[in-house]
Design a binder for this molecule. Structure first.
Ligand code: ADP
Ligand code: UDP
Length: 234
C-alpha cells in the first residue's frame, strides 16, 4: 500500500492518505514528547519498535473479538488503518497507582487498587488534555450515549485481554491510554498501543519498560522498548 498525501503530522506519528479512501497509513516517528510537550527528544528506532509492538497487539485483540482500525503493516514504520473520525476523548485504564493518579491522590506509585479505574480526558493539546466525566461528554456531544457505552465496555475488555497477555510474558500492565474512532457507524479502537502510552513494569524486578524511562531520564529507553517487542512477539 502506497502513501499518497500527508494529511496530519502529530507528535509521534504522521498520517497519509492511500489510494483507498477508507484507508490511511500511520507513519511511526522516533520523536518523543512528555510533560505536555515541554520535554522533547528522540528515541532511536522507536517508530519501528512501536509499529511492530502495536501491530502485534492489534492483531491479538482482533483475534480476541475487539474491533480495531488495524488493516496491515506494509512497512517497518507504516501501519495501514481504517480511516476513522477520532472521538476527542482519551480513555485511561488503571490497574495500579502511578503517574498523575499518584500525584492527584497523594498515594505512592505501585499501590494496589481495589478495582480497575477508567478515566476520561478531553483530547486537546492546547488545554493539556483536561480530565472530564460522562456528563461533559454528553453535554458537549463528544460521543453519543450508545458510543460511550461501547467505548467503556471495550476499554475494560481490552484491559482484561491485555493484562493476561502481558502477565504471561512477564510484564505488569499498570495503566494505558486508548483512543477510539467511528468508521461507517462502527466504534473501532484506533491510534496505537505501545510503551509510549502504556506503563509496563517487569513482573520480577518492577523495572519500568515504557516512556517513563524517557519522562524521568532513567536511561536505556530503546533497550526497554526492544525488550517489550521481544516479549510481545512470543
Ligand atoms: P498527537 O495528535 O496527539 O500528536 P500522534 O502523533 O500519535 O498524536 O498522531 C496521530 C494522530 O492520528 C492522533 O491525533 C490520532 O488521534 C489520529 N488517529 C489515530 N488513528 C486514526 C485513524 N484510524 N483515523 C484517523 N485518525 C487517526
Ligand atoms: N497517557 C498517554 N497520553 C497522554 C496521557 C497519558 O498515552 O496524553 C498514558 C500514559 O503513558 C500512562 C497512562 O496514560 O500509561 C496514564 O497517564 P497519567 O494520567 O498517569 O499521566 P502522566 O503522568 O503519564 O502524564
Amino acid at each position: 500500500m502506497k502513501k499518497c498525501e500527508k494529511i496530519y503530522e502529530g507528535k509521534a506519528k504522521a498520517l497519509y492518505t492511500t489510494e483507498d479512501a477508507d484507508v490511511l497509513i500511520q507513519y511511526f516517528k522516533d520523536d518523543a514528547t512528555a510533560l505536555d510537550g515541554k520535554k522533547k527528544g528522540i528515541i532511536v528506532n522507536k517508530g519501528v519498535l512501536n509499529n511492530r509492538i502495536s501491530s502485534r497487539i492489534f492483531r491479538y485483540l482482533e483475534k480476541n473479538g475487539v474491533k480495531t482500525h488495524f488493516v496491515d503493516m506494509p512497512d517497518e514504520r507504516d501501519m495501514a488503518v481504517k480511516k476513522v473520525k477520532i472521538f476527542p476523548i482519551e480513555v485511561v485504564v488503571r490497574n495500579i497507582v502511578a503517574g498523575s493518579l499518584s500525584k492527584r491522590m497523594g498515594i505512592e506509585e505501585g499501590a494496589a487498587l481495589k478495582e480497575t479505574i477508567l478515566e476520561l480526558y478531553y483530547k486537546s493539546d492546547p488545554l493539556g488534555d483536561p480530565m472530564i466525566n460522562e456528563y461533559h461528554i454528553r453535554a458537549f456531544g463528544l460521543a453519543s450515549n450508545a458510543e460511550l457505552d461501547i467505548i467503556k465496555a471495550e476499554a475494560l475488555k481490552i484491559n482484561k485481554i491485555l493484562t493476561k497477555f502481558f502477565d504471561e510474558r512477564g510484564i505488569i500492565l499498570v495503566d494505558f491510554k486508548l483512543e477510539f474512532g467511528s468508521h461507517k457507524g462502527e466504534v473501532l479502537l484506533a491510534d496505537e498501543i505501545t510503551p509510549d502510552g502504556c506503563r509496563l513494569w517487569d513482573k520480577e524486578t518492577r523495572d519500568k519498560m515504557d516512556k517513563d524511562r524517557f519522562r524521568r531520564d532513567l536511561g536505556n529507553v530503546e533497550e526497554a522498548y526492544q525488550k517489550v517487542l521481544e516479549k510481545v512477539m512470543r
